[in-house]
Ligand binder design. Structure first.
Ligand code: ADP
Ligand code: MG
Length: 283
């Protein structure tokens, strides 16, 4: 039978907009040693806005119309920003998402790629090396294996992200941020928020590797917090998988052990506090 105290814990959590899928997760979360977080949608708003548009050897209109037509077929937050910024007018065929890199399709009989510079590298398409030095999220376009320019888009750090990290520090819990976005940008945000360690430019399998290497130490009890876009494997691998609501995907809500129904990362420490309080009552 489940001790009464656990019901109190689950109830207190739910009044705070936090759903525990089982009372065992109250115990696990109380003992967490490291909180690993996704950047986009977890610590940042995940709502991108188009900034600068730098076409190369193509008109700005053609650049935007090809890019938008391609991105209108993706549900990635980056794609949404671009397809909302400029109307799509072409019908791409054989659209393929390339996880952690971008999207590929045929438009008017031409092969079109949109994504990060790793996508271009994997297709052996040369691009100006300055691109990798820009400390902003960039989306690069290539048509028929030729670089056609890029645009920059920016996201904002959530208002309570800094508090969320400092609350964990006070509890002597280590913090780690993982991202598929540029490493330079990832390090910048980590520094601003005082996150202990950060890794950018990761493919989904790279995030899994980071979690596995943490878990090699049997003393580590790891929580992963993500919005769920490409995060299901790491959510499943962690000792306690936490999905952030608001933007959370269905797959994440299914895989997660704990669901934060608001978009506030400060609820991570609230959930840990409730776990700790519940333990005091139960034992
Ligand atoms: P994260 O959620 O950590 O940003 P993702 O795996 O979702 O990681 O994406 C990693 C990177 O892949 C993005 O930062 C972007 O550069 C590129 N990318 C993914 N999907 C798209 C897309 N539809 N359009 C453009 N770039 C994309
Ligand atoms: Mg993601």
């Amino acid at each position: 039978s489940i001790p009464l105290g656990y019901f109190g814990g689950i109830g207190a959590a739910s009044r705070n907009g936090i759903l525990f899928k089982g009372s065992n997760f109250l115990d696990i979360i109380a003992n967490v040693t490291t909180v690993v977080m996704d950047k986009t949608g977890t610590l940042t708003k995940g709502v991108f806005k188009v900034q600068d548009i730098i076409p190369d050897n193509i008109s700005k209109e053609e650049f935007l119309s090809v890019l938008s037509s391609l991105e209108s077929h993706s549900t990635h937050p980056i794609a949404k920003a671009i397809s909302q910024y400029y109307p799509s007018s072409k019908s791409p065929e054989s659209v393929e998402e390339i996880s952690g890199k971008g999207i590929k399709a045929r438009i008017d009989g031409r092969q079109v790629l949109a994504g990060n510079t790793s996508l271009l590298k994997s297709f052996d398409i040369p691009y100006p090396e300055e691109l990798d030095k820009i400390v902003e999220t960039t989306v690069v376009l290539a048509i028929d294996k030729e670089y056609k320019g890029f645009l920059t888009i920016s996201d904002e750090v959530k208002h309570d992200a800094e508090v969320a990290i400092s609350n964990l520090k006070v509890k002597q819990i280590k913090t780690m941020m993982l991202s598929g976005d540029k490493d330079a940008l990832t390090q910048n945000i980590a520094k601003k928020l005082a996150v202990d360690v950060a890794f950018g430019g990761l493919l989904p399998e790279g995030k899994v590797e980071k979690l596995e290497s943490l878990k090699k130490n049997p003393k580590e009890i790891v929580a992963f917090v993500g919005d769920g876009i490409n995060d299901a494997p790491v959510l499943a691998l962690s000792d306690v998988g936490i999905a952030m609501g608001g933007l959370g995907s269905d797959a994440a809500i299914e895989t997660a052990d704990v669901i934060i129904q608001t978009d506030q990362p400060s609820k991570i420490s609230t959930a840990i506090n409730i776990g700790k309080e519940t333990k005091k009552i139960v034992y």
